[in-house]
Design a binder for this molecule. Structure first.
Ligand SMILES: NC(=O)c1ccc[n+]([C@@H]2O[C@H](COP(=O)([O-])OP(=O)(O)OC[C@H]3O[C@@H](n4cnc5c(N)ncnc54)[C@H](O)[C@@H]3O)[C@@H](O)[C@H]2O)c1
Length: 352
């Protein structure tokens, strides 16, 4: 199996690359533009292996995508290249439309041309996994769950761009017969996540005794899934997923943002005791514009049809994650000092 992974220098993509090479003994080609969110150090465990190759290109560059298909002849694609941070999409949506919508279109067209000239047996095996988010479904009330058939109601420029790309991916299956599978996953956490998202940002601020911002009143609910479990699900889709189908992945771990932040405070206090409890660093800041209230996933289709399930509780995964950041300063220091210092993103200009 030779898998083309787009966005393989990012948080989830690098986990997919590591698992494919180390657990599944697959060949991997990592196609990544290396934006601010990428970190090639995440590939250190596999970078020297002959089963791993790296190609630095933009997913919007059709010639580059055609070149990589031709040079490596992959048997599958897992598409994770994207702009992924909601707050950044609020202040600058252009890169989200470009990479998430036009980039996905470029990939689909290049994949179609490649797929159409494959011999029959290789066409039968070929799959393109389009990796998406539960945010495309919009916001839930207190009781319901997102299911694969839940209508799309995206709220942010980020989720709207992902929704657009999901529609394109499904249309390329229906119209052209490209064997596309879509996954919609809840919030991921774990090692190697760029410290702009809630969990790594809170961990690093807590380690450094900085303010821990909570948007609004902290009551927004997210379902959390460990990145290793998500990546394992994506890899299962290659062999068990049905072309043209959607699969939801989630961790059955709904938590309010305030719960998540206070838990992190307590874990950091335990692992790195300090004179003042980290909870005293919590500070409430203006809410994110258009902030969705609650996300929760029904992942029963993935459990039933793929034989997939999460392997750890949120509490276990969080302790491991805090421990990883405490012991991986070399990985995050460059991001923290040179790329993003943790200051507030995503406020409308009129709110300044
Ligand atoms: N992080 C989550 O909680 C989560 C949850 C569900 C779904 N997803 C989806 O999973 C995918 C990966 O998310 P992530 O959190 O790993 O993102 P990330 O921001 O950590 O990584 C994205 C990667 O894509 C690369 N990239 C960006 N623009 C590119 C371009 N034009 N050409 C080539 N490469 C480009 C970046 O360099 C980076 O390495 C995204 O599609 C995201 O929507 C993420």
């Amino acid at each position: 199996m030779r898998v083309l992974v787009t966005g393989g220098a990012g948080f989830i993509g690098s986990e997919v690359c590591r698992q494919l090479v180390l657990r599944n003994h697959a060949q991997v080609v990592n196609f990544d533009k290396l934006t601010y969110a990428a970190n090639l150090a995440s590939l250190a465990p596999i970078e020297a292996l002959s089963s791993y190759a790296f190609e630095r290109h933009d997913i919007c560059d059709r010639e580059a995508v055609d070149f990589v298909f031709g040079a490596y002849e992959p048997s599958a694609v897992i598409h994770l290249a994207a702009e992924s941070h909601v707050d950044r999409s609020i202040t600058g949506s252009a890169a989200f439309i470009s990479t998430n919508v036009l980039g996905t279109h470029t990939l689909l067209e290049a994949a179609r041309r490649y797929y159409d000239q494959l011999p029959r047996l290789r066409r039968k095996q070929f799959r393109l996994i389009h990796v998406s988010t539960d945010e495309v479904y919009g916001s839930l009330g207190p009781a319901d769950l997102f299911r694969e058939e839940t209508p799309y109601r995206p709220s942010s420029p980020y989720s709207a761009s992902k929704a657009a790309s999901d529609h394109l991916a499904l249309a390329w299956f229906k119209t052209y017969g490209l064997p596309v599978i879509i996954s919609n996953c809840s919030n991921n956490y774990g090692p190697y996540q760029f410290p702009e998202k809630l969990i790594p940002l809170t961990i690093l601020n807590a380690i450094e005794h900085k303010r821990l911002p909570i948007y609004g009143d902290g009551s927004n609910v997210r379902d959390w899934l460990h990145v290793e479990d998500h990546a394992a699900g994506l890899i299962k889709l290659l062999s068990e997923g049905q072309p043209g189908e959607k699969y939801n992945f989630g961790g059955d771990s709904e938590r309010t943002n305030l719960d998540v932040v206070t838990q992190i405070c307590d874990v950091v206090d335990r692992l790195r005791p300090a004179s003042a409890a980290r909870r005293s660093l919590i500070s409430y800041v203006p809410d994110r514009p258009g902030h969705d209230g609650r996300y929760a996933i029904d992942a029963s289709k993935a459990r039933r049809e793929l034989g997939w399930q999460p392997t750890r509780t949120f509490e276990e995964g969080l302790v491991e994650t805090v421990d990883w950041y405490l012991n991986s300063r070399a990985w995050w220091e460059r991001a923290r000092t040179g790329i993003y210092d943790g200051s507030r993103l995503g406020l409308l200009a009129t709110q300044h």
